[in-house]
Design a protein around this ligand. Structure first.
Ligand code: ADP
Ligand code: MG
Length: 404
């Protein structure tokens, strides 16, 4: 079965359509630092506006713990959305209360309201089905149909993603359809050579994707915080760098499987080692097999891949026809440790084929480093969701929309 699309909902003129977006943008002091997810929601919202629907936008933002918390209000997002749509956007101060109901009642055809953060309500992410269903029923009162377009949350069984889609006539939005189109190309018919570049901090998260992709790819490049678990697995000391001891055996298993399958695992040959985890830390380049041999000894922390590694990664990427990248190569938030990530991003823009960036921090990194979205084949809005898709997992938020 394939995903239900917008046309499956019939004429939407005058109908109240709830759109579940992923507007979980990074904020600093109430200011949006990367509006990529707001921009990504525009095609679906414009389609609904043009169809004369009354559009009710909902999303989560941050982790507010099931109660209102002003620092996670969606109000700045509603303002940004209004600027990007070029029309007024109403904002409701609650999610399913009086303010939301009043705002929805005041909507005209083609009008838009953003209701307050879904996660200000414990029912959104509740563990038990009954509590989620009760919250979904409250949400359902606001609309006649649901368009699910928050790709970043389709791997979660949450009230607005799953139960609400069962209660109302529901379809996927254009963003989810576009994301799946690209991810399908990565799993079904990738052009070869196919390289996967992995980095970031969540080592254990990404080991799952390695095991699923090992039989499907030609090359896996490992950078970021997870590289140290690989180096350690090969018997090299990693000083005070990020390390997941409990994954060493798993990593050794992957190295052996890769060798058996003829998959090349490209590991760093040099690393930027810092005196401490801070933006202005003193740092040196060390060979990957002797990270403890710097002036910082056993207290050194590897914060980026070294220049030799970055150049080699760039070469491998440029000579591939399909490249999927998830996870920054280093602590790019500190400019002194962003070089590896920048070199890899640059190489992705030069791929003669399909290049895909997945992951919230990876997407933020490429934008922060001055790249434009259209320099890449695709920038996925969902880190965890795209990884789970590539792991071959069933995603509840897609299954409920007819995907199988
Ligand atoms: P994504 O959101 O793209 O999936 P992750 O959340 O897995 O990526 O990882 C992003 C984080 O990884 C960044 O905040 C970055 O600072 C961190 N990181 C990258 N390299 C290292 C490293 N060597 N040590 C510690 N953290 C790292
Ligand atoms: Mg992240």
């Amino acid at each position: 079965m394939t995903l239900r699309t917008l046309d499956s909902l019939g004429s939407l003129e005058g109908k109240r359509v709830i759109v579940r977006c992923d507007l979980n943008v990074p904020l600093r002091d109430g200011v949006i630092t990367d509006d990529g997810r707001v921009r990504a929601s525009l095609p679906t919202l414009n389609a609904l506006i043009n169809a004369g629907a009354r559009v009710i936008v909902c999303s989560h933002l941050g982790r507010p713990d099931g109660a209102p918390d002003p620092q996670y209000s969606l109000e700045p997002v509603a303002q940004r959305l209004s600027e990007l749509l070029g029309k007024p956007v109403a904002f409701a101060r609650d999610t399913v209360g009086e303010s939301a109901h009043d705002a929805v009642e005041s909507l005209e055809d083609g009008g838009v309201v953003v209701i307050e953060n879904l996660r200000f309500n414990p029912g959104e992410t509740a563990k038990d089905d009954v509590t989620r269903q009760a919250f979904a029923a409250q949400l359902a009162e606001l609309g006649d149909a649901l368009v699910s377009d928050g790709f970043g949350v389709v791997h979660r069984k949450q009230a607005s993603v799953y139960e609400l889609a069962e209660l109302l006539p529901s379809s996927a939005g254009l963003l989810i359809a576009a994301e799946l189109d690209v991810l399908d190309r990565l799993t079904e018919t990738p052009e070869r050579p196919y390289a996967v570049v992995l980095g970031g901090s969540k080592v254990s998260d990404k080991l799952g994707v390695i095991s699923h992709l090992l039989p499907r790819v030609d090359r896996i490049l490992v950078g970021g915080g997870m590289l140290f678990t690989f180096l350690k697995a090969q018997g090299h000391p990693v000083a005070a760098s990020l390390l997941e001891e409990d994954q060493l055996d798993t990593v050794r298993g992957y190295l052996a499987e890769a060798e058996q399958r003829g998959v090349e695992i490209v590991l760093p040959t040099d690393v930027v080692v810092a005196a401490s985890f801070s933006a202005d830390a003193a740092h040196e380049i060390a060979a990957a097999d002797s990270i403890e041999a710097t002036a910082f000894g056993a207290s050194g922390i590897g914060l980026d891949i070294g220049p030799e590694t970055a150049a080699r990664f760039a070469e491998v990427i440029r000579s591939s026809k399909t490249v999927f990248w998830n996870g920054p190569m280093g602590v790019f938030e500190f400019p002194a440790f962003a070089a590896g990530t920048k070199t890899v991003a640059q190489a992705l823009t030069e791929v003669d084929g399909l290049s895909v960036v997945g992951g919230g921090d990876s997407a933020a990194a490429v934008r922060q480093l001055g790249f434009d979205d259209d320099q890449f084949g695709h920038i996925s809005t969902g880190g965890g969701a795209s990884l789970e898709f590539l792991e071959g997992k069933k995603l509840p938020g897609l299954e409920v929309l007819g995907w199988a």
